[in-house]
Design a protein around this ligand. Sequence first.
Ligand SMILES: NC(=O)c1ccc[n+]([C@@H]2O[C@H](COP(=O)([O-])OP(=O)(O)OC[C@H]3O[C@@H](n4cnc5c(N)ncnc54)[C@H](OP(=O)(O)O)[C@@H]3O)[C@@H](O)[C@H]2O)c1
Length: 442
Amino acid sequence: MDKDGWRKDCWRAAAVISSLQLNTFSEPIDWRQAGTVVGAVSSPAAAYNDGNIRWMTGLAILGSTGSIGCNTLNVVEHLAPRFTVVALSAGQNVDRLAEQIRRHRPRLVAVADEAAARRLRDLVPADWTGEITVGMDGMTAVATHPAAAIVVTAVVGGRGLLPTLRAIELGRRVCIANKEPLVMAGELMMRRARECRAEILPVDSEHNALHQCLRGNTLTEVHRLVLTASGGPFRTLPVEDFPHITVAQALRHPTWMMGRKITIDSATLMNKGLEVIEARWLYTVPPEQIEVVIHPQSVVHSLVTFVDGSTMAQLGVADMRHPIQYALTYPERCAAPVAQLDLTAVARLEFYPPDPVKFPCLRLAYDALRAGGTLPAVLNAANEEAVAAFLDERLRFTDIPAVIETTLARHDSRPTTHLEAILAADEWARREAQQLIAERKR
Ligand SMILES: NC(=O)c1ccc[n+]([C@@H]2O[C@H](COP(=O)([O-])OP(=O)(O)OC[C@H]3O[C@@H](n4cnc5c(N)ncnc54)[C@H](OP(=O)(O)O)[C@@H]3O)[C@@H](O)[C@H]2O)c1
């Protein structure tokens, strides 16, 4: 697919979504009538213990070859035979996808484009009878596979928006790691989730921690959500050295092993800004009640302060398999393939305010959220373009916030009631940011 291919696909799929009546997907789905061997029902946890029958829950994963995707499959193997993998999507890593096909035998897979599909066809086992699809249509087919009661969204970037929305509109349990769609269209996604009775479970460790702290409480009891951030590799680097930061330095995250884009976002603190916006929509809390603190040990994954002054925190080792498993098995907790936290080994937990001079991206995210409309979608798109340019060594580290700020300042914000407005803002912002990047020299 060409560089803009997924956005053209988005427009086409958006037109289809807009033409669908709301009640198309509002009826509960009787999965056992679907004629599949998978006993997937609308409540995955209940499905597992159905009297004497143990039903396997059908699972689809968008971005199965990435960091979150591979960790999800590791959890699935650990919990075998509770889940059965019915559909997977990947981008270009066909070697890894072929290996996943050998192990999990999904019925449907999707890759980024025709060239990747051709390479994959040469690698799949001869006796595998599944289907290979491509592009945005392929990813959407994976997200809406009829046997998938749970969809894990682990693809990177705004390209996850339409498939995620389609899974929501089918009333599935959607375990969201892919945060960019929530930043672009959080209000719309959460509204559709309420209307279609979809269950959204956050995989992002901070929002998963908030979910755990909020169990048994109501949102009216919440005084403040506190998101923790490791501070990334440049927390203690003098500000004068920031213009000379290299790609290799920025990819060296001190506590988490993640994909390249989120690792750069963590180094600029834009990741925390995106998470503030994500928390705003997941928990219906205004920006002034969402705080960010730097916590270099990454042991406290986030906290909730209640109106009575009590604060609850969720602690654990830095291993994404924990929040992934929590989202898959909720409301059950079961033994996880994760080390237990040893507090005496950790010994010290530190917390600091973020430095707004070194990390302007956090302020930009708060500003876009407060201003609302299509500005968060513009923030996300400009950031995706700037990070890609930094990774390609076409932009300096300190130019990332500069490109985003100028793109935001030039944008004429629109209401986000319709998907088309969000996609138009995304497309506009990418063009604008690309032009700004071309004008700057590293
Ligand atoms: N990693 C973490 O610990 C973590 C924590 C919290 C939230 N998240 C969020 O989870 C999402 C995934 O992060 P990650 O770290 O797992 O990223 P990653 O390792 O870079 O994986 C990204 C996945 O997206 C696929 N992909 C990339 N371009 C594609 C395209 N054009 N079409 C179809 N698929 C494409 C990749 O496929 P190929 O590799 O096959 O090309 C891969 O499967 C991000 O939104 C991130 O912010 C991640």
